[in-house]
Design a protein around this ligand. Structure first.
Ligand code: G3P
Length: 221
């Protein structure tokens, strides 16, 4: 499973990119709005930091508007993936953009049927929202499992991009369920790398080393 970061914050992207673990970035209108910067400028900056698929979402909801906006955004950088909502006009726009070899990520996906339609319309990625399903007492990870099974049986090449991840267990469960990619918030990346036994173990290694060096210096002095 590859890792994308789910943020439009440049500092967060820079920090996690340094770890060498990022294959892409996802943004959405809420994340872009939170940064209070120009959309095109932010996407351009992100493309300079991460060499991988960068999702940028359209604002239009009618098919013609989505196609026009999608084509325009796709010109910003070769790595830009157009993010479209999983609604009928989104499917129409997905088909039209995919035909022109523009990569599409279908977002706000909450069911296997929606995902099957997205795949048929030519989507490169489909983004099931794990956390938002959990929020309404539905099992988000179960959707990832079902999708992985169905896509495998049907030999569907559309990639499952596990989204709306809220905690480190969502990441593990997405990997176990067969997601191709997980898009993860900055805070969750920080939680993933943390382990108290790593910190404790490192502290002991360094203390032992320093003590031994002090003794050696004392003997040779
Ligand atoms: O990638 C989609 C993600 O940004 C939504 O996350 O936490 O707002 O449900 P959340």
């Amino acid at each position: 499973m590859r890792f994308f970061i789910d943020t439009a914050n440049i500092e967060e992207i820079k920090e996690i990119a340094k770890w060498g673990v990022l294959s892409g970035v996802t943004t959405n209108p809420s994340l872009i709005a939170k940064e209070g910067k120009d959309f095109k400028k932010v996407v351009g900056e992100i493309c300079e930091i991460v060499d991988g698929d960068i999702s940028a979402e359209v604002i239009c909801t009618d098919p013609e508007g989505m196609i026009k906006e999608g084509k325009e955004i796709a010109k910003w950088h070769k790595n830009v993936v157009i993010k479209l909502p999983t609604i009928p006009s989104g499917l129409e726009a997905c088909k039209a953009l995919s035909k022109e070899n523009i990569k599409v990520n279908m977002t706000l996906c909450f069911s296997v049927n929606q995902a099957l339609l997205c795949a048929s319309a030519g989507a490169k990625y489909v983004s099931p929202f794990v956390g938002r399903l959990d929020d309404i007492n539905q099992d988000g990870i179960m959707l990832i499992k079902d999708l992985a099974t169905v896509f495998k049986v049907q030999n569907i090449k559309t990639e499952i991009l596990s989204a709306s991840i809220r905690n480190p267990l969502h990441v593990i469960e997405s990997a176990r369920a067969g997601a191709d990619v997980a898009t993860i918030p900055y805070k969750v990346f920080k939680q993933m790398i943390q382990h108290p036994l790593t910190d404790k173990g490192l502290e002991k290694f360094l203390n032992d080393w320093n003590e031994a060096m002090l003794k050696k210096t004392a003997v040779t002095a």
